[in-house]
Design a protein around this ligand. Structure first.
Ligand code: ZN
Ligand code: FE
Length: 259
């Protein structure tokens, strides 16, 4: 078994538009669920794969991310790790983590990023060696999470942390919202050729019922309007040439919320 294949990732639809993820370390046999949208579906996939759940990594407290915690804990006695800023809202939490903490998993490890904004304590898990990150509801393909709890300034700062990862990082977000996001993004940047091309690829994938998740950070940097609030093309389009990026980001978020 090569080192590269040591971490196996299983992605599967849950609920109406969530994705569930299981990661499995082939060396140690450890298996983690990234969030728990639906315990029954997660248990079914575990059984199909012959994996035993050892960990849950929660990104934030919303029920479509923690709803299966208690049932899975009861069934497997797994170790539940989640955001320190929302520790009181994460069912059956064992270990609270935050910015800069290192989570060990099998022979590898994830660095925790605090990416608050969608919820105040939202965290992401970045596996540097594997070049993958689980970003929950912070960044979506061509979109970002709604600001239920945080401010535009907090969310912009969080998005900058993700944007600063190596551009070949593969991002796993928690929802299949991409097609709706694409329709909005093209309104903000109609002349972005990379975006036009990506919109066509997304429509094709969705027509074939294929997921658009995961995505590569480089593609998001080139096409996601929420990461591009400081770009000249967007400044001009919104007639906000001299505004600071946070205000431009807030304006884009506001327009999407009222789409
Ligand atoms: Zn959420
Ligand atoms: Fe969600």
């Amino acid at each position: 078994m090569t080192d590269k294949k040591r971490l196996v990732i299983e992605q599967f639809p849950c609920l109406s538009d969530n994705y569930g993820f299981l990661i499995h370390d082939t060396q140690s046999g450890q298996t983690a669920a990234i969030d728990t949208p639906d315990a029954a579906t997660i248990r079914k996939v575990l059984k199909q794969r012959g994996w035993h759940l050892t960990h849950i990594f929660n990104t934030h407290h919303h029920p479509d991310h923690t709803g299966g915690n208690v049932a899975l804990k009861r069934a497997t006695d797994c170790h539940i790790i989640g955001p320190a800023g929302e520790a009181d809202k994460i069912p059956a939490l064992d270990e609270a983590v935050d910015e800069g903490d290192i989570v060990s998993f099998g022979a590898t490890q994830a660095r925790v990023l605090n990416v608050g904004g969608h919820t105040l304590g939202h965290i992401a898990y970045y596996f540097a060696e594997e070049k993958i990150a689980f970003v929950g509801d912070t960044l979506f393909a061509l979109g970002c999470g709604r600001l239920f709890e945080g401010t535009p300034a907090q969310m912009w700062e969080s998005l900058q942390k993700i944007a600063a990862l190596p551009p070949d990082t593969i991002l796993y977000c928690a929802h299949e919202y991409t097609q709706a996001n694409a329709r909005f993004a093209i309104k903000i940047e109609p002349d972005n050729v990379a975006l036009q091309k990506r919109c066509r690829a997304i429509d094709k994938a969705r027509a074939a019922n294929q997921p658009t998740v995961p995505m590569q950070l480089a593609d998001e940097l080139a096409t996601n309007p929420f990461l591009r609030a400081d770009q000249k093309s967007i400044r001009q389009r919104l007639a906000m040439t001299d505004a600071n990026p946070v205000d431009i980001f807030a304006e884009i978020r506001h327009r999407k919320d009222n789409m």
